[in-house]
Design a binder for this molecule. Structure first.
Ligand code: NAG
Ligand code: NAG
Ligand code: NAG
Ligand code: NAG
Ligand code: NAG
Ligand code: NAG
Ligand code: NAG
Ligand code: CU
Length: 830
């Protein structure tokens, strides 16, 4: 296989991921970092974070110590290091248990306060009488000493349980079952699809596979619906190759040998069993529908020569080096007044902590909680399909970024690590940090005698999580005025539905026909984020500042205008924990106000608003989803405001996927209308609030989603925008720009007048609060603010096009990822 036509240099690893599987490209690198393509003269100074990153993921050594300590301490669990099957007890995941905010805030914001204790969270696969469970423990303090303990981790789970039954523990056995099922109906699949399953080579491109949908998981077992797929191995296009034959499996018994295949479904008709289905085939009236065959239509790239692309496009370069400071060890970034820590976690990917702007606190924690996709359809697969991708691992699946493509060639890249079944997995270059200058200005003005232009340069922290068929690009963007943006863009293969050519069925009710036998399959993506707002300190409150029409009579309007139709501002405080939707006509500003005021006596605030992208951000269309139960109630509104509590650090847990109707964290119990009125005599509320918001899309894919969904059609964002936060626009000290005098004009005392010559004299006059007229003739030269590029320079070609021909993997492989990721022993790397 090749990448960009350079044979043999790219290491492609194939990993069948999750139930839908995919080809995952891992392009591992020795590519130039910004350090070795620096052509400016800047020396890199060491830069140290003011504090330690107390949220950082466990190091490999810490993870090993935690594993060893659990095995020793919890001898009654009989934990094995080399699990052979799900009947063995073993440690599945160890990761950092984020310290409580109550313990962390003093360390961050006070002098000489102690560092919060470091603890680990462990998920242990443990067998009970009715089968395997996942059980959470907390282990600490770290490093392990005689005072360290292994305790049940309870405080963050409002179900009162620290365990969830694992109904999907042996996906290998499920695959064997599916193969057996497929073999038993090979005469039917040959007849209708022209293919059969191949046990010798399950991914034979001419063969067939069957997969269950990963939902309808009930306590005590499952009813599965399986659908046949063509493997689509060449392109990873399996989710574009559903085959329209579905089989119902009674999987309620925990012993897979007791499972049975029941009904079959094909072309709108339900058959009692395979025999009835087979018999129907012989009926002369049996209605067939065309099969869905793989072909070049699923290819993600076209290597052909087209005259219009024989010149490369413009790209951004950074000849003088970065202007941000990065402490790689503590993962701390400082850029034009913004400061923050970066961390990663196996289930949720990147989070940012302690975001400050010009020394003031803005957000304590900002990060993904869950990424859900909910489908609808009239077939047994799409009709119940739903994914919660934190379960599969938004961090585990943060693969290497492609330099010069995912991020500019000059970006800084960070690695991430996660620990599963006694093994540390390193994901090199999975987070990038870079500055970028927009193609549009931050501000400009043509005045009477001059024009001034300020460049819009921003800082981005980006990662991409490829969870099976889908790629989520998630980024945090910082702007010079103090604005923060959180943006998600999706790409990759859609999870499409089989299209039956049946005039009596209304296929367009759930999507569009996008190939011979393929329907686009509507779905909602809802990705939940936490923003623990600390606007100029922890004491905050939220208001809806409404822009409302009104009819007023003003004394100065009389008698000509007895009544004037106009508008005004009305403030509605949000006084209890609740979910809200974005207002109609953008008619309200949702503002988090501080108890602190700016120079004008106005409360310092940050507005939270839908940002850039396709329309405003969505919430789940489905009301009381049958599939989701109580596992993702945060999806039902756009934005939520809650009290900050140490006992409620997350809106979701990956294991919610296993028990949707009795989730380990039920968000409705968090957003339960508690009072947000601080200072009120009847509450002990201290004013520290947390916002949860959703990004995503109502995705109705169309022909343009074949082969892959495009980033501009799948993007959504929210922005946190300063609202009276400072006394004036703070970007004036940061932006780079120019002021040009318009020709042929004298100074005239209007806005835009340029005081030439003796600046100190005119400044003195300004300080006297008088905008006096210039005495000398107008300046005609360009006047820059901020540095400019001074002279021509030699820029290496790598600055434009990183040389990817030397790419070699430095990573662990990603093999063994499975529907659950904790199936058989050999999948565990143990
Ligand atoms: C402990 O686990 C091992 C391996 O799974 C098993 O062979 C052994 O019987 C177990 N011992 C007890 C006491 O459960
Ligand atoms: C396939 O048929 C064989 C023979 O009848 C039977 O033992 C087996 O259980 C069937 N497989 C499935 C998955 O139903
Ligand atoms: C369409 O589906 C219906 C059941 O919904 C079935 O009775 C009918 O035979 C099918 N028609 C065709 C043309 O496949
Ligand atoms: C705002 O709240 C903080 C934290 O409780 C407190 O220290 C500060 O004095 C308050 N500021 C004002 C102006 O009330
Ligand atoms: C959803 O559930 C709520 C609470 O049980 C109920 O009030 C509402 O009517 C339900 N809506 C639908 C469409 O089922
Ligand atoms: C964090 O806070 C919870 C709730 O108060 C408490 O149960 C837990 O022990 C705290 N964790 C640590 C490490 O102190
Ligand atoms: C799941 O893991 C098992 C054990 O490594 C492997 O045999 C199987 O092919 C995997 N399945 C998928 C879908 O990746
Ligand atoms: Cu989608």
């Amino acid at each position: 296989m090749e990448l960009k036509g350079r044979p043999g240099v790219v290491n492609l690893l194939t990993a069948a991921v999750l139930l839908f599987g995919s080809v995952t490209f891992l392009i591992f690198a020795l590519y130039p970092t910004s350090a070795n393509i620096e052509y400016g003269s800047r020396q890199k100074k060491t830069f140290n974070a003011p504090r330690q990153n107390v949220w950082s993921e466990l190091t490999e050594d810490e993870a090993a110590d935690v594993n060893a300590f659990i095995i020793k301490q919890a001898s009654h669990l009989n934990l094995t290091v080399h699990p052979k099957s799900a009947q063995d007890n073993f440690i599945f995941i160890v990761e950092t248990l984020k310290p409580n905010k109550t313990d962390t805030a003093p360390y961050l914001y006070e002098d000489d306060a102690p560092k919060p204790e470091r603890w680990a969270k462990a998920a242990v696969s443990q067998n009970f009488e009715d089968g395997p469970y996942m059980v959470y423990y907390q282990v600490g303090p770290l490093p392990i000493t005689k005072d360290s303990q292994v305790l049940p981790l309870n405080y963050m789970f409002n179900s009162g349980r620290n365990y969830v039954r694992n109904p999907m523990y042996d996906f290998g056995a499920i695959q064997d079952f599916a193969l057996s099922m497929a073999e038993n109906v090979s005469d039917i699949t040959q007849e209708l699809l022209g293919a059969t399953a191949n046990r010798e080579d399950p991914t034979d491109p001419r063969g067939l596979l069957a997969f269950p949908r990963g939902s309808r998981v009930e306590t005590g077992g499952m009813i599965l619906w399986m659908q046949f797929y063509r493997p689509g191995m060449g392109s990873g296009a399996r989710t574009l190759l559903p085959q329209g034959i579905y089989a119902k499996v009674d999987a309620t018994n925990s012993d897979i040998n007791q499972w049975t295949v029941g009904e079959y479904y094909y072309n709108g008709v339900l058959y009692e069993n395979e025999h009835e289905f087979r018999a129907a085939l012989d009926d002369p009236d049996f209605k067939r529908t065309p099969a869905n065959i793989d072909g070049s239509w699923t290819d993600t790239e076209d290597f052909g020569d087209y005259p219009d692309r024989d010149l490369p496009p413009p790209v951004s370069i950074q000849p003088y080096g970065p202007r941000y400071k990065l402490d790689r060890k503590e993962r701390f970034v400082s850029w034009f007044g913004f400061e923050f820590y970066i961390t990663t976690a196996q289930s949720t990917g990147v989070s940012l902590f302690d975001i400050r702007f010009k020394g003031e606190r803005v957000v304590y924690e900002l990060g993904l909680q869950e990424a859900m996709a909910h489908y609808a359809g009239d077939d047994p697969m799409q009709g119940g399909l739903e994914f919660m991708d934190s379960f599969f691992g938004m961090g585990k699946n943060m693969f290497e970024l492609v330099p010069g493509y995912d991020c500019p060639a000059y970006a800084d890249y960070l690695d991430s690590e996660w620990h599963q079944a006694y093994k540390t997995h390193n994901m090199p270059n999975s987070v990038c940090v870079f500055e970028y200058t927009a193609d549009y200005l931050l501000s400009r003005h043509t005045a009477q005698y001059s024009v001034t232009a300020s460049r819009n340069t921003f800082l981005t922290v980006r990662s991409v999580s490829t969870v099976g068929n889908y790629d989520y690009t998630i980024e945090y963007v910082f702007y010079m005025d103090g604005t923060l943006e959180v943006k998600v863009r999706a790409s990759g293969f859609i999870f499409a539905a089989f299209y039956t050519a049946n005039s009596t069925k209304s296929e367009d009710e759930y999507g569009h026909r996008i190939h011979d036998a393929l329907s686009s399959s509507m779905h909602d993506h809802v990705l939940n984020f936490k923003a623990d707002m600390d606007v100029a300190g922890p004491k905050n409150d939220m208001v809806r500042l409404a822009i409302e029409p009104i009819t007023k009579n003003f004394p100065w309007d009389q008698p000509e205008q007895p009544k004037r139709n106009t508008m005004h501002l009305v403030e509605y405080p949000v006084i209890e924990e609740t979910g809200m939707d974005w207002p109609k006509n953008s008619g309200e500003f949702y503002i988090i106000y501080s108890n602190e005021t700016n120079a004008w006596g106005e409360r310092k605030g940050y507005r939270i608003t839908p940002g850039t992208g396709m329309g405003s951000t969505p919430h789940l269309t489905i009301l009381n989803s049958t599939t989701l139960g109580d596992s993702a109630r945060w999806a039902e509104h756009d934005i939520w405001v809650l009290k900050q509590k140490d006992t409620e650090p997350r809106s979701a847990d990956p294991l919610n996927y296993f028990a949707p109707h009795d989730p380990i964290i039920d968000f409705t119990k968090m957003a339960d209308h508690e009072s947000l009125e601080y200072g009120a005599p009847d509450t002990s509320y201290d004013g520290d609030l947390v916002v949860y918001f959703n990004l995503g899309a109502h995705h109705v894919p169309h022909s343009g989603d074949i082969p892959n969904t495009l980033m501009h059609t799948s993007s959504s964002s929210i922005m946190l925008v300063p609202h009276n936060f400072a006394d004036r626009d703070p970007s004036r000290q940061s932006v780079q720009g120019v002021r040009l005098q318009l020709s042929g004009r004298k100074a005239g005392g209007f806005a835009g007048e340029w005081f030439a010559g003796d600046e100190s004299k005119s400044l003195a006059r300004h300080n006297g609060d008088l905008r006096v007229r210039g005495e000398k003739k107008a300046e005609t030269k360009a006047k820059y603010f901020g540095a400019t590029y001074e002279k021509g320079m030699k820029v290496p070609v790598e600055a434009f096009e990183p040389d990817l021909s030397g790419y070699v993997s430095h990573s662990d492989d990603v093999g063994g990822l499975n529907f659950t990721g904790f199936g058989r022993g050999e999948a565990l790397g143990g």
